[in-house]
Every structure is written in structure tokens, then in C-alpha cells.
Design a protein around this ligand. Sequence first.
Ligand SMILES: Cc1cc2nc3c(=O)[nH]c(=O)nc-3n(C[C@H](O)[C@H](O)[C@H](O)COP(=O)(O)OP(=O)(O)OC[C@H]3O[C@@H](n4cnc5c(N)ncnc54)[C@H](O)[C@@H]3O)c2cc1C
Length: 417
Amino acid sequence: MTQRIVVIGGGAAGIGAAGAAKATDPTADVRVYTEFEDVGYSPCGIPYVHGKEIPDFQRLFLATKETYEATGIDIHYGTEVTGFDTGQKSVSVRGEAAASYDKLIVCTGFEYAPTGVPGADLGGLYYVKNIRRAMEWDKVLDGVKTAVVVEASPLGLEMVTALCHRGIETHLIDPDAWALATATDPDIAGPVQDSWLEMGAKLHFNTVLTGFAGDSSVRAVMTSDGEIGCDLAVVCTKKQANTALARAAGLKIGSAGGVIVDEGMATTTPGAWAAGDCIEVPHSVSQIPIQGLSGSHAYAQGKVAGTNAAGGQRLPGALLPRGQEAPGQAAGRAGHAAAHRRADGRCRGHQGARGLPGHGRPDRDHDRRAGHDGERVLASDRRAERADRARGAEPALRPGALTWRSHAGCGPPPSAT
Ligand SMILES: Cc1cc2nc3c(=O)[nH]c(=O)nc-3n(C[C@H](O)[C@H](O)[C@H](O)COP(=O)(O)OP(=O)(O)OC[C@H]3O[C@@H](n4cnc5c(N)ncnc54)[C@H](O)[C@@H]3O)c2cc1C
């Protein structure tokens, strides 16, 4: 008998899940619901279009609607799922008949954490997510002179770079002492911050958002350190798991706020899987539940969920690598930041960054060993790497060419060196 597989969400996780389900069982009736007008595009590219590094939004689409039709995936665009019942195995849909399913895959993604400050309902606050809204905001950017990016999260990092490239006076406010502080150490973030300063960004760390001021549209961002006048505020607060439907349906939610899944992305409720930013997973090194990873994780988890829901067998990879591009810089990690390891008494994992040696800034050329646990930091020339690629050559791994710290074993936490 044909099995009916319903996927809620058409982001990286949902599309990965639908494609894998169909590939595993080509006879399955695979249906995707998404509130958005589109699927199959890279949201990761949106900041680069805003920054004019990618010429247009069309280039962010990876496949056409016809492609999905041709593969037999039935996508309901602009369609809100209002609830699901795991006992009845049915999904309620606004404006459509309820749909029954044999297997359900929940991929409802993330929402930006509410700022909880006065003025949060003003116009001129941009939450970067849906590509159609991004196209509209892109026109608004033409008239923006000054913008404030709220929080130095990965998305905030990309937007600071984009707005600077766009020639907009850009301020960044963040309550922590350095960028990406929840994921990265200060010596890794330092070169990225330097490159922003070179682009003219104004960085306000240790600065707490206290409100947005304006009549109908934002006129200033209020902070613990005073007021910053602006035409636009880009809100890049932490990504929170969007679990409204899952909670209401009784799926188990964990301590990090995401749906609890096992290694195969099955939830604790039979017949229901989940993937992407709406779930939490144990960190592969610390085993502490974490949530709100990257689009790459979401897609890979979606593939696992889709395969297993359709009757196949697939498990995710082990580590959590992530990378981040800044002007002339790339920072990445797989594992724990040193600060976090010290905080929880663990010391395994790897993290690193690439800087810009050879450009008159010797402090950026790291090649050091620190501490007794084998911490090693090297640095890299991102621009030289690009030049290698432009010549058609493989990027060379030069001496001092890669920042990469590693901590093997699990002795006492390193002393502060
Ligand atoms: C500006 C930006 C930059 C990014 N940069 C990077 C990057 O550099 N690298 C990287 O790896 N990742 C990047 N990402 C990806 C991102 O951070 C997420 O990890 C990724 O989008 C998560 O995918 P997801 O499918 O879990 O959720 P989402 O992309 O949030 O998709 C959720 C889906 O669920 C649907 N949905 C939710 N509720 C309902 C409902 N009730 N009814 C119907 N449909 C519903 C939505 O319509 C949507 O299709 C970026 C994202 C953005 C927005």
C-alpha cells in the first residue's frame, strides 16, 4: 500500500527530508507544507545579495518548482499547518481539508528570539529569513543611511558585512564582549572584528539593547550605552526552535527548547520524526543538548529523517563543524570554544579560525602553542587562498596558513595563558 508521508516545513530540513523520503520509497505519497511562497533556495545567500556580492536573488534558487513536481513531491506553498494529531495521524491545514498521514516529519525551523524591549512592534525592524521579504527589504536598503545590527550572532555577522559592503553606516550592538561569543573565543573573533573596523563598522560590545524608538518606524536603537540613530535595525537575535505545533501536539521538548529526537531523528512519539532548527541534539563532544545549528546540519538531519521515515536506515555524521565568512576572514569550529570547555570542565574538541597574515598585521599571523593540553593556533591568508583559486591552483597550506587549535584528551582545564 502507498505510504503517505507529510513534511511540515520547506526549508533545508523539510526539503532534505522530502527528497530523501521519495528516494527511499519512490512509491510514497510525499507532501510538504510551507507557509512561504518558495522552497529550494539558500537563505544563507541573502546577506550576500544585500551586500551586492551576489548580483541577484534568482541565483539563490537551487531548483525550480517544476523540478519538485517532476520528482513527485507535492508541495503546498503559502499554506499554514495549524496543528497535528499524532493519535489520529492527521494534520490540520488553514484553508484546506485535513490531511491524514502514515509518517510525519516536523521541520518547522527557527524563529528569532523576541527582543522583549519597548518598540519591538515598530516598522523598520528587519528579521532576515524569507527570500520574498528579503527582495522587498533590498529595495528599502537603497534608502538606508544608517543601520544597527542587533547581536553578533552568525546571521548578525553576515549582515554587518553585507551592510558595510552596501555603503551603509553600520553599527553592531551585542551584550557580550566579543562577536560570536557563545560559540567562539576572543582570539578567533578578533581578526573578524578588525576586518569590520577596517570596513568602517562601529562595534558596540558589552552593550545591551533596551528599546527601539520612533513613531511608526524605528528612528533610534536604545542601548545601555546610549541611543544610536538609524533608519533600519536588523534583528539577529538567537535562533530559537519553532516548536509551537510540536508542543501543542505533545511531542517531547528538551532542555535546549527543541524537539527531542534519537540518532535517526525519530521523536519520542511513534510515527513522527523531526529535523533542523526545531530540534535539539546532544553535542558530539560534551553530550550537552544544543539547538539552532546551521542550514548544513538542517539539510543533513532532514535527509536522515526522510530516509528513516520512509523505511530506510540512515544515521547522522558525528561532529559539528561550522564556518563563517567575514570580509577577508573565515572562522570556524568543530567542537567547543575554550571558554566553554573551561566553564564545563571539559577539554576535548577543536576550534579555529583563519586570519589575514602578510598584510602588515603581524599580530594576525598566529603560530603558537599554548597551555599544556596541546592547544595549537595557526593562521591563514584568506585572500591568498582566493588568489590561488583564481589561478586555478589548489589553495596552498602555507606555514602559518591555518588557524586550528586542538585539545586531545581530557586533563584539567588549561591555565589562562
Ligand atoms: C539570513 C540567513 C543566513 C543564513 N546563513 C547560513 C550560513 O551561512 N550557513 C548555514 O549553514 N546556514 C545558514 N542559514 C540557515 C539557517 O541558519 C538555518 O539553520 C536553516 O534555515 C534551518 O533550516 P530549517 O529547515 O530547519 O528551518 P527554516 O529554514 O526556518 O524553515 C522552516 C520552514 O517551516 C515552515 N513552517 C514553519 N511553521 C509552519 C507552519 N505552521 N505551517 C507551514 N509551514 C511552516 C516555513 O515556511 C519554512 O519553510 C541562514 C539562514 C538565514 C535566514
